[in-house]
Structure formats: C-alpha cells, structure tokens
Design a protein. Structure first.
Length: 468
C-alpha cells in the first residue's frame, strides 16, 4: 500500500497535469463527426487547442461559448444554447459535448438544464446527440475529465437493452473495448490486430486510431472529426459478446454500460508488461473460445528474451515517474517487473487507485516535487511527458517521454506501448537511454603526461627513474 503524500503548497510551480476539459475534449475526438465545445472564455479553448495541435500535429475541431465579463457575472445560459444551435446548423455533427471550465463552474452554470432547454426549443435537431458534462479544471486531470465525459456519452447515447431489443452475444464476434486516455492511436491499432487474431471484432469506445491517426483525407477541410466510433455503432454495444475495459479510471463508465446492456465486463488495469498482457490473452481466450495464436506466442517469447537482454541495464535502476494514476500504475508495474526501483512517484490528483500501487509513497503534486524527491534519491531515469524534459536535464538523467502532451518529438502520439511487441520496444528504449547516459561507470583516466606540452614531456623522460 502506497503512502499518499498530499499537497503542502498553495500553487503549482512546474505543473504536471492537463485539465479536465482537455481530457473531455480528447474523449469526444474519438467519435465520428463530433464537436467538443468548452463552456468558458475563448482563451480556455485556445489553450486546449494548442495542446492538441502540438501533440497530434493535426487540425482539431474545438469550439467555445466565448464567455466575456458580462456573461460571467449575469449568466451564460444563452451562450450555451446559441453555441449548440450554431454548431448544429453549420457543421451538422453527430455528437456535441459541452464541457465546463473553471470560469463557468465558478459562475454557477447548469449545462444539463441548458441542453434540455435547447432540446425543447429546437426539435429539428433531435438526431444530434448533445451531452453536457461538468469538467471544472480546478479539480481532476485529463484522466478524470476523459473518464467522466465517456461515462456521460455512454449514459446518453447507448440505449437500454429492453428498449432497443439488444441482448449479449447477438453479434457473435463483437467485443466492446472501453479505452482510457493513455492508449495512443498506435496502441489501438496494435490492439485491433490482437483481437483480429482471436477472430474478434473490437468496437473501441472511443476510437482515436481512426480519427487522429495522421491519415490524409480526400476532403480539404472538415469542421468536425473524421473517423472514430460512430453513433450507429454505439447503438449496437448491447449485442456484443463482452466488454473489455482498460484502465481503472473507466470503472464507472463500465458500470453504466453493463447496467444498460447486460453485457459482461472484463476489467484490465493496463497492457504494459508481461503479466498484464498475459491477463489480456486469458480474457480473449475465454471470450472467443480459441487458443492463443502461434504468432502471439512467438511475440511473448520475444518479449521474454528482451527482458533477459535488458535486465542488466534496468535491474536496480532508480526511476522517477510523473503521470496520471492509470499511466503511473502501468509504468510502475512494468519497471518493477524488470527489477527497477521507483524512488519518486508523482501524480496530479488523488484517486482510489493510488493506494494500491506498489511503491513506498506517491506525491500529489507537480514536477518540482518530482525534482526535489529525485535529487534526494539520486534518480537515474525519468518517465514523464514533454513538460518534464527540463526537470530531467536538471536531474542529470535521461527521460522516456510518455503521456500527454508530447510536443517536442515527432510521432509520439503514434508510438505503440502495449502488447508483447510494444512492451518489448519500450524495454529496448529504456535500456538504450541508460546505456547512452552511462550511469555510475568508472570515470575515464587521463594521464598527467598526456596533459603536458611535448617539451616538458621530453624533459620528464630524460630524468625518469631507471628500472634497473
């Protein structure tokens, strides 16, 4: 059981977290023809958009209710209703999410009531799913914002089994897969390949591998997302064989889905490391009734060999990790599986999962906290997002960039971390970082004779003592 160390300062010196509205927007972007709208000032939306554009290097559909001084004081209900109507008329989306910011929450907004009022006044837009979500950025993180938005989308658009006539197993190959914020488009592509080998058809909820995978499209511009989970697919979730949930942060979303559909749930914490992927294969074997394919068996053997090759570099390595809870838990399991020691663990907010992570202590704080703890514990390697790069440099340690955002490398959003193959490559990346920094090796010896001019060396040679 980890000892949870609460915040002991009144500000974030070097912020670690991304906000809840960013997480809610990320969840929305995984649905086809979707538009997230942040209920707040234009600056709040512009800041979030910068994060997404720098991370994915793609155009990002994102709208704002554009609260100003007057609406902040007098009320911004009209901004919400008018914003929904404008998006519906001009962009014809399939899904609109209204995500509150700290400004709107402080002002006292009620977006669920605003959505009901919009429905009553605009029945012609009944075919568009409109979901209001409370995601204040003064609490939570990108992880909690992603999870609560996905929960509300499922609650709003997935029909109850008794009303829709769905029943578990009607679609004999379909498996619902609820994926949390830390799975990249590259991860989802690899996961789809794993399901295919078990002859299962996964429906990812949401599916960033289809909407933000870096694929060029025929059209010049689209005001809404292109690709992702469609609303028609959401209506079929009750016909699936099973639901696989990846990430403890999605426990509530999984509970809502199972209650509405009756489809059985298989919960996995993450897909990093040998043990975690073995659990996935056992679950897929049980769901499909098939043996593990030979190709996957070979990939497992390749991972075992990679673990042997890299344990010399990673065993007893002192590592600092800064990430939201699900990702922190995944990396702790991965590096401890290799015999490394997590000497600094920092996360953005307190969630129930933290108490069960097998480290001595977890600090609820920022990157400054990781730096201070890392100095005391002589950290040798850092795992964190691009904001942690400067911290790693000051600690004199290499950094494995992971999480969100990754803005100082190309293709970070597409990297594959999961599965036997993804884990194998991650171990190689970690080992190469250690080799390149050459921790705690014997310093190079420079002879005093090699540092003197040739004339002095000649004199020293003439007066050197005899060996006889």
């Amino acid at each position: 059981m980890a000892d949870i160390l609460k915040r002991n300062k009144a500000l974030s010196v070097n912020p670690l977290k991304a906000s809840q509205p960013v997480g809610g927007s990320l969840a929305t972007l995984g649905f086809n023809r979707a538009m997230p709208m942040l209920h707040g000032s234009q600056g709040c939306t512009a800041f979030a958009k910068v994060f997404f554009v720098r991370h994915f290097r793609e155009p990002i559909p994102l709208q704002s209710t554009a609260m100003d001084q007057g609406s902040s004081v007098m009320g911004a209900d009209e901004n919400v209703r008018e914003g929904i109507r404008t998006i519906a008329e001009k962009s014809n989306p399939a899904l609109i999410t209204i995500l509150t910011t700290g400004l709107a929450e402080t002002q006292g907004c009620d977006v669920q009531r605003n959505v009901r009022e919009f429905r009553e006044a605009n029945p012609e837009f009944a075919n568009i799913a409109v979901v209001g979500v409370n995601t204040p950025d003064f609490t939570g993180s990108v992880e909690t914002g992603f999870a609560v938005t996905l929960t509300e989308i499922i609650r709003a658009v997935v029909p109850d089994a008794k009303d829709a006539g769905t029943y578990p197993g009607k679609r004999k190959r379909q498996v619902n897969v609820l994926v949390n914020y830390m799975l990249t488009p590259g991860d989802l592509e690899a996961l789809r390949d794993i399901f295919d080998q078990f002859q299962l058809r996964p429906v990812f909820v949401p599916d960033l591998s289809d909407s933000l995978d870096g694929c060029l499209t025929d059209g010049d511009f689209s005001p809404v997302t292109i690709g992702g989970t469609s609303m028609s697919e959401m209506a079929t979730l009750g016909d699936a064989l099973a639901t696989v949930v990846i990430g403890p942060s999605l426990a509530k979303a999984a509970e809502v889905l199972e209650k509405k559909t009756g489809v059985p749930t298989y919960a996995l914490d993450h897909l990093y490391g040998l043990k975690a992927n073995d659990e996935l294969m056992c679950a897929l074997t049980q769901i499909s009734g098939r043996e593990v394919p030979e190709r996957i068996e070979r990939q497992r053997s390749q991972l075992q060999d990679a673990m042997l090759d890299t344990h010399f570099m990673l065993g007893q390595l002192r590592i600092a990790i800064a990430a939201d809870a699900d990702l922190l838990n995944a990396f702790v399991d991965l590096v401890q599986e290799m015999g490394a020691e997590v000497v600094a663990a920092v996360t953005s907010c307190n969630v129930p999962l933290l108490a069960g992570i097998p480290v001595d202590s977890i600090k609820i704080g920022d990157l400054e906290d990781m730096e201070l703890i890392g100095k005391v514990n002589k950290v040798q390697l850092v795992i964190g997002n691009s904001h942690a790069v400067d911290t790693a440099q000051r600690l004199g340690a290499p950094i494995l960039r992971a999480g969100f955002p990754l803005y100082d490398i190309i293709g970070g959003y597409q990297k594959t971390w999961i599965g036997y193959r993804g884990t194998r490559q991650t171990l190689f990346d970690l080992a190469n970082l250690v080799i390149n920094y050459s921790h705690e090796e014997i310093p190079v010896y420079h002879s005093v004779y090699g540092q003197k001019p040739a004339s002095e060396l000649a004199g020293l040679t003439d007066h050197a003592p005899s060996c006889h």
